[in-house]
Design a protein around this ligand. Structure first.
Ligand SMILES: O=C(O)CCC(=O)C(=O)O
Ligand SMILES: [Fe+2]
Length: 202
């Protein structure tokens, strides 16, 4: 079984999958360098919750700052994003998922912040099919918190898994199915987050 197969098997079986050996630590180091540079350049903005821009910024609900990766930029051609384009092709060929575009942002959670339980599909819209999170945190300690939690789709009170944001860990899940949350972190938490979508690139 290759990595794509392993991830897809997890999605089919339970709606989510975690792999720790798919993404090369070198790719993560490079992404983390870019993320920190962009942070220092002031390129991040507060993460927004839902589509209502007027009321969308609620740090007690969603505490990260994000920096979107322009699809036409050099960054979008880094190996991790090329690998994702390959994953998309496999999902389309074998499962007819019709994921025609991908969007990604860097995310940075400062100490004390998390993201309350939510689904990744905006209400009434279902363009986002598959959610992707790659963690960029070398030396993450279990005591640092910041776990990604999955909850039972039919009963979101029931926690299914609690996963530390370990360096190079890749989480993939069905956007419209899996309730999830980020528990508050005790130290700065970095990641790349994205979605495979059914519409064409903007
Ligand atoms: O960083 C994570 O573990 C999940 C982030 C998330 O749920 C989101 O950005 O929608
Ligand atoms: Fe999410």
């Amino acid at each position: 079984m290759d990595d794509y197969d392993e991830i897809i098997a997890g999605l089919n079986r339970q709606g989510w999958s975690i792999t720790d050996t798919t993404v090369a630590p070198q790719w993560c180091a490079e992404l983390r360098e870019h993320a920190e540079r962009l942070w220092e350049e002031g390129a991040f903005e507060a993460g927004e919750f839902g589509l209502d821009l007027a009321s969308g910024r609620q740090p007690e609900v969603r505490g990260d700052a994000v920096c979107w990766i322009e699809p036409a930029s050099d960054l979008a051609r880094l190996p991790f994003f090329e690998w994702m384009a390959g994953f998309r092709a496999v999902l389309n060929q074998r499962f007819n998922l019709g994921v025609r575009s991908q969007e990604f942002h860097f995310a940075r959670y400062p100490r004390g912040r998390g993201y309350r339980k939510h689904l990744d599909q905006h209400r009434g819209r279902n363009l986002r099919k598959i959610s992707i999170v790659l963690y960029l945190n070398p030396g993450w300690n279990p005591a640092d918190g910041g776990e990604l939690c999955f909850y039972q789709p039919a009963n979101p009170e029931l926690e299914l898994a609690r996963l530390a944001p370990l360096n190079a860990r890749l989480a993939v899940f069905v956007s419209g199915l899996m309730p999830h949350a980020v528990l508050p972190c005790k130290t700065t938490r970095w990641s790349v987050t994205g979605w495979l979508r059914t519409d064409e690139a903007a």
